[in-house]
Design a protein around this ligand. Structure first.
Ligand code: GAL
Length: 387
């Protein structure tokens, strides 16, 4: 065999190997790195996916390999089939301006983008912590763009519902909250402290300056009304707040879900007339048992039911269903599909992150299908591939 034909065969083999490798990389296997079209792990954590003009857009935290604070901003990727993702760059960038709410060193978390049909704008809400202040600022931030890939313009960051009581809080309960004094409790987690928190101690502490807002999601109903759901009151209580028609502010109507329940990472879907809210507990980056709530209305009353995670066949480090298979939820993606009979059925995908605190950029993604059991209650089991 001539040297030329050996080289040619070698080159062909190399191309074949490259194609096989690329196919392997793009195969979305839960518990493995998920590569974009350039072979890099998708750096979009704690985010969401929307569909616009037939294309999917995936937004998420762009996290550094080493370190913790935001050095880039919010990433965006696009896809036609939810499997092959093109890196579209930075949707919202940190600012170089000193003193800006989003200057390098801030922490941007859990970005969610929604499309506003009335204004024809893409609106991003995210959890923002200010530079050098750990997690104490606890703000929500707004940004807006004319196109799905951005660049988004930062608008402002704020605490929420300052000076306003939850709309359904009774007069006597408001009075009880006003009698609490958060400053006096040095020791947390005692039964006495718990009692005070249940009376609304942190709601009252933050009443004037505005309520805390950390882990969050947004939900847009069939009429285009949007709601912000967030972990507030030192992560003890979730708040649901209505957004204005342009999605750039709060109307002031809000109430509480599961006061004192310590729920984080809220995700929500509506199926067959019922709202289902799936959250995590509060253990930082470490996985814990998911919690689920059901209600006929977004304003409740919400009833806590069993965690939807079931089955034992997890393959990621053997994290069981009782530890959400190692993940923490970030969003429920609804994908309408046509079945064999031509009927449209919605497939729900529970999107979660398996956090890697040593290398946050390499935190893994898991997407699991949400099915419904014989009582029409959501259940989520491990599967290697959802798509
Ligand atoms: C988790 C939260 C994440 C991040 C992390 C920081 O509980 O869900 O979004 O804030 O804590 O420790």
């Amino acid at each position: 065999m001539s040297l030329f034909s050996i080289c040619r065969r070698g080159a062909l083999l190399l191309i074949l190997l490259q194609v096989m490798f690329a196919t392997y990389l793009h195969a979305f296997t839960n518990g493995k790195l998920w590569m974009d079209n350039s072979g890099k792990h998708i750096n979009a954590h704690g985010g969401n996916v929307i569909k616009y003009n037939g294309k999917y857009y995936w937004y998420g935290e762009n996290r550094p390999y080493v370190g913790f604070t935001t050095t880039v901003g919010v990433s965006v990727y696009s896809s036609d089939d939810l499997k092959t993702w093109t890196n579209e760059g930075v949707a919202l960038s940190i600012s170089n301006e000193e003193g800006s709410d989003i200057e390098a060193g801030c922490i941007m978390e859990r970005p969610k983008v929604i499309y506003n049909k009335k204004t024809n704008k893409f609106v991003m809400l995210f959890h923002l912590e200010l530079k050098g202040r750990g997690y104490e600022a606890a703000r929500v931030a707004f940004a807006e763009s004319d196109t799905p890939t951005g660049p988004f313009r930062f608008i402002r960051s704020t605490r929420i519902n300052a000076g306003i009581w939850p709309f359904d809080m009774k007069k006597a309960d408001r009075k009880a909250a006003m009698a609490t004094d958060a400053g006096k409790w040095k020791d947390w987690w005692t039964p006495e402290w718990r009692k005070e928190t249940e009376k609304g101690m942190y709601l009252w502490r933050d009443f004037e300056g505005g309520q805390m807002s950390r882990d969050m999601t947004v939900y847009v109903d069939e009429k285009g009304k949007a709601y912000h759901i967030t972990s507030s009151q030192e992560n003890l209580t979730l708040l649901v707040s209505e957004l204005t028609d342009d999605y750039l502010d709060f109307t002031g109507k809000y109430n509480m879900i599961a006061p004192g329940g310590q729920n984080e990472a809220p995700t929500i879907m509506r199926h067959d007339g019922k709202y289902w809210l799936i959250c995590s507990g509060c253990t930082g980056w470490a996985p814990n048992e998911a919690r689920m709530f059901v209600s006929d209305k977004i304003w409740g009353p919400w009833k806590q039911v069993k965690s939807p995670f079931k089955g034992a066949n997890a393959t990621y480090k053997d994290f069981p269903a009782s530890k959400t298979f190692g993940g923490q939820g970030t969003y429920i993606l609804s994908v309408p599909e046509t079945d064999d009979k031509g009927k449209t059925v919605t497939k729900y995908i529970f999107m979660a992150d398996i956090w890697n605190p040593e290398h946050l950029s390499e935190s893994l993604h898991i997407w699991l299908p949400i099915n419904f059991d014989s009582e029409a209650t959501p259940e989520i089991m491990w599967t290697d591939k959802v798509l």
